[in-house]
Ligand binder design. Structure first.
Ligand code: PLP
Length: 323
């Protein structure tokens, strides 16, 4: 309940009127997997449309659930930003009533989020096509440092009357990675449907892992239910998001001060935990070999690991391998 309030808003009609089926899940991964199983059970002929690129495990999760995976355009490697026109085209060209996975904030791996205006257009086009939006929100608070702002995309869809699915994770924003605390919620037309969907989700979860471990859930519930603790958590989350933003600015400035001939604006344009650096596979290998700096193979740098004491070393290394 507290988790759902955090996403849809304290005063949301969804919460007030109980128009959702919400169950605890094994963090973001488990919430996605549970939804994929639900999808297979009740929409056996459906597919899932994933952004290109996306968190690679999305592909595994839906494949394991035997749901065919399609991708839709998202990132433009040329601008290192959103390929909005291509995205909208894919939304328009997908069969009616398709399932789409969306990252509501701090897109992993690109750090590229649509603007509010773009989200409104996406929501409108989803309405026209009767698509089902499934939001995977693994980083609420990481985009802007503000939990409400980061839930804006989700809330736009809800205001527009979509029934949405939502995976929430407390792995990053509460630092509870090992506890696997998350939530899956699905909006429903009425409370009768909410009860029915919830019982089906519980039934599926029961055959996979019975019930989730309780300690992490109790921690999250305690923090979210206590106004003082909740405020303190929000402040700490903001500090952390600002720290990442400051590291982005320093990394970009250092590269520019080294007279790099390349454009590094995307480092500060992107948001969230990751910098989708745009380095080539050869440059990634050189970073590893010459500087012992390890990114993911797609050249995604975890900005959470960049600190005042290593940012100069990182900038210099990137400069050396890209000059
Ligand atoms: N969804 C996205 C987009 C992610 O980036 C991640 C984590 O890397 C997850 C889900 C998984 O979250 P969790 O660690 O809570 O299972």
């Amino acid at each position: 309940m507290e988790s759902v309030k955090l996403a849809y808003g304290n005063d949301s009609f969804v919460v007030r009127e109980g128009l959702y089926a919400g169950v605890p899940a094994l963090s973001g991964t488990g919430a996605c997997r549970l939804f994929a199983e639900f999808q297979r059970n009740f929409y056996p002929d459906s597919q899932i449309h994933l952004p290109d690129p996306t968190w690679p495990n999305h592909h595994n999760i839906w494949r394991q659930a035997q749901i065919p995976v399609k991708t839709f355009h998202y990132y433009d490697p040329y601008t290192k930003g959103l390929d909005f026109d291509a995205l909208i085209n894919d939304v328009k060209n997908a069969p009616d009533s398709s399932f789409f996975l969306l990252h509501p904030c701090a897109h992993n791996p690109t750090g590229v989020d649509p603007t509010e205006e773009q989200w409104r257009e996406i929501s409108y086009q989803f309405k026209v096509k009767n698509h089902f939006p499934f939001f995977d929100m693994a980083y609420q608070g990481f985009s802007s440092g503000d939990l409400d702002k980061d839930a804006a995309a989700l809330q736009i869809f809800v205001e527009d009357g979509h029934l949405v699915g939502l995976a929430q994770s407390f792995a990053k924003n509460m630092g509870l990675f090992g506890h696997k605390v998350g939530c899956l919620s699905i909006l429903t037309r009425d409370i009768k449907q909410a009860a029915a969907v919830k019982s089906q989700l519980q039934h599926i979860a029961h055959s996979m892992y019975s019930s989730p471990p309780i300690h992490g859930i109790l921690l999250v519930t305690m923090i979210l239910s206590d106004p003082t603790m909740k405020e303190q958590w929000k402040k700490e989350l903001k500090i952390m998001a600002n720290r990442i933003r400051a590291m982005r600015a320093t990394l970009r400035r250092n590269l520019e001060n080294l007279d790099s001939s390349l454009n590094w604006e995307h480092i500060t344009n992107q948001v969230g935990m990751f910098c989708f650096s745009g380095l080539t596979p050869d440059q990634v290998r050189s970073l590893e070999k010459l500087f012992h700096i390890y990114t993911s193979p797609d050249a995604r740098i975890s900005m959470a690991g960049v600190t005042p004491s290593n940012v100069n070393y990182l900038a210099n290394a990137i400069h050396q391998v890209t000059r």
